[in-house]
Design a protein around this ligand. Sequence first.
Ligand code: ASP
Length: 322
Amino acid sequence: MKYPILFIVSLLIIAATFFLTPEQKSGGEKFLIVIHGGAGSARPGMTEEEKQAHIAGLNTALTTGYDLLGQGKDALSVVEAVIRVLEDDSLFNAGRGAVLTSEGFASHDASIMNGIDLTAGAVGDVRRIKNPISLARMVMEKSNHVLMVGDGAEKFAEKQGVGFVPPEYFITEDQKATLKKRLDQMNKAGTVGCVVLDKNGNLAAGTSTGGMTGKLPGRLGDTPIIGAGTYANNATCAVSATGWGEKFIKNAVAFRISALMEYKGYTLKQAVKEVLDKNLAPKDGGVIAVDRAGNYEMYYTTPSMYRGVMTSDGIKEIKIWE
Ligand code: ASP
């Protein structure tokens, strides 16, 4: 043979290509992040200052996630990091600033899911955990369970060395006033969520909330229920929901969107629209969703949804109303 070295190099390249993922083969390093800060909770009469504060909060979370994705961080870690930022921001109904139960304390629900292998973790009715999303991830990675609630979840957290805070940490004057006004009716408020496509083509989703103002102690909404408020599967999509939790549980909203893609070949847009427009009633809430090709949706039937998207193609959008 005239050029044995060239022949060997070609063989090596062919062999290496064989082991690449579809995304690596296409050279695709596309990544994106979508977040929400709750559907239907923006007061129409909010001042410009309030509006800008919410936009700034969303922007901080969005850019934190985008930068991590750019550095090659995995989807799951980005979802956790972004939701922690929103939990620490008292303007949103998760972590500090969460809505209050009918008895005046904050009770948090959160869940996280990895699209690679359907591993998931969730916590419900935890009252002293600073960042419930991180405890949800620990349930996923450090226990044999998917969902842990109440005292048991907090005992588990103690063993894991998670950050605890006194229950008063979560209570803001704003939420006290909201509870006072709305004690006679359950009310929706700004849950937070994040869905991500990372550089390796993997999907993850997470959601965190204080639930609904005036909820009965012990009530869990859709947020800690995998398949209702959160779902991620690399074969279909990653979804995080916000809205009237009981409706989202009954309609298995997040899983249903994934199932329409898996079993009926729907596009992400078709699946999201079908479930929100047909299975749910108008004003029930909204979802953010992303698929492996980098399509994304921020769809809601409430008058507003705090939301934002940032993609490696240069799209950046943060909005509250239409
Ligand atoms: N879905 C949440 C719940 O029902 C509330 C919300 O998204 O605003 O707990």
